[in-house]
Ligand binder design. Structure first.
Ligand code: MRU
Length: 376
């Protein structure tokens, strides 16, 4: 996407140093834009676990690069294969819900299995990471092309601004480029369809308020940040034409794990007859799982994220600071479930790189007839 007029992706090689990978430090946005260097597998694992990077596709891309960095680090060791396999385990343990992580690691391990020297492993892990990154860009673009037809249809009927509600950040910051849920929005906006996005703030980490609002703003897309509880009210009053969210893991039956609170938006959408779509690349489909509520592992994070909020201190001086504040009694415990599962029956359709389908095994199979998945 364009950032101050420059095409920018969320992950890249350092412009002058091929052994360094750079990612946008998402902990600093929207107040500061900084590149964060990854020079070894520990850096990559840290970046995923501590949410320097986040969002299912970008977690996968960072893990794929992490495997390349592991090969670089262990190139001169006799047991380089064991070192890279240990790196795969380390990366795979960083976050449990987004299946793109396991998927990207499995892709790299299958390349590694075909290598007999450390030089070969290094070159092939690097080019495979680049391939996976390019693939994510083209899949997200295709998701946008298919999802655009939904927005277009609404606009053709109403001839009015299309109001889209989204949750969390399933934008280009969550991927390499374009985003999943945001890709149809960017393509509609670029194509001249008037759109407006209701951006759920997405407590506790506020990925909507901090990241989605920022990236939509960079691209000039009209949007409004709303507290998480507002969507139902807006839907009751006809102010939402369509909901589009992303996914961290979608089962073969079409159940969708996404950021905590997504399920409540799906319920409100059902009650109000608002179409509820989920945009996802095929790397997010877990063909091994059927019942999402029973089977998808849900990440639980530190209570600190619930009890504290961070933001910019507003004062008259130009050196405004980022600060963290406690928002509840220090003695109160807090629970922090990162994701919830929206059952397929509440999902109007899945928008994938291959087209739009019903959220069901038959629907997914109609687009991906031969796809299988084996966990690492
Ligand atoms: O905890 P996060 O910020 O990694 O959660 C991100 C989401 O829930 C996104 O909606 C999801 O990864 C889809 S990304 C295109």
């Amino acid at each position: 996407m364009q950032l101050h007029g420059t095409p920018t992706r969320t992950i890249r090689f350092h412009p002058n140093e091929v052994s360094l990978v750079q990612v946008i430090d998402q902990r600093q946005l929207p107040h500061d834009f900084r590149w964060h260097n990854l020079s070894n597998v520990d850096d990559a694992a840290y970046a995923i676990k501590n949410m320097v990077v986040r969002g299912a596709p970008l977690i996968g891309a960072t893990a794929a690069m992490g495997m390349y960095l592991a090969a670089l680090e262990s190139q001169d060791r006799e047991n380089f294969l064991d070192c890279i396999r240990a790196a795969a385990q380390r990366l795979g343990a960083t976050r449990p819900t987004a299946v793109n992580l396991q998927w990207a690691i499995a892709q790299q391990l299958s390349v590694l299995d075909q290598c007999s020297t450390s030089d070969e492993a290094l070159n092939r892990l690097r080019s495979n990471a680049e391939r996976l990154i390019e693939q994510d860009v083209s899949q997200c673009y295709e998701i946008g092309r298919h999802g655009l037809s939904l927005i277009q249809e609404i606009y053709e009927k109403t001839q009015e601004t299309v109001n889209i509600l989204t949750h969390c950040n399933a934008g280009w910051l969550a991927c390499v480029d374009w985003g999943t849920a945001t890709s149809p929005i960017y393509q509609a906006h670029d194509g001249g369809i008037p759109v407006h996005v209701w951006v759920d703030e997405t407590r506790p980490r506020n990925q909507g308020a901090k990241l989605t609002a920022w990236e939509l703003g960079q691209h000039g897309v009209p949007h409004t940040v709303i507290p998480d509880n507002t969507g139902g009210h807006l839907m009751q009053h006809g102010s939402v034409d369509i909901v589009i969210v992303g996914s961290d893991r979608t089962t073969r039956q079409g159940d969708v794990a996404n950021k905590i609170g997504t399920y409540l938006k799906a319920l409100a959408a059902k009650d109000n007859g608002v179409p509820f779509y989920v945009a996802l690349p095929s790397s997010t489909i877990d063909w091994d799982l059927g019942d999402g509520i029973r089977e998808i592992p849900i990440e639980q994070r530190s209570d600190r994220e619930v009890k504290h909020m961070s933001g910019k201190i507003i004062n008259d001086s130009s050196d405004s600071q980022i600060a963290e504040v406690l928002i509840c009694p220090e003695f109160s415990p807090a629970a922090n479930y990162g994701f919830d599962v929206t059952p397929a029956r509440l999902v109007t359709g899945l928008i994938t790189e291959k087209g739009i389908c019903e959220a069901s095994e038959a629907g997914l199979r109609s687009l991906f007839p031969t796809e299988t998945y084996a966990s690492v």
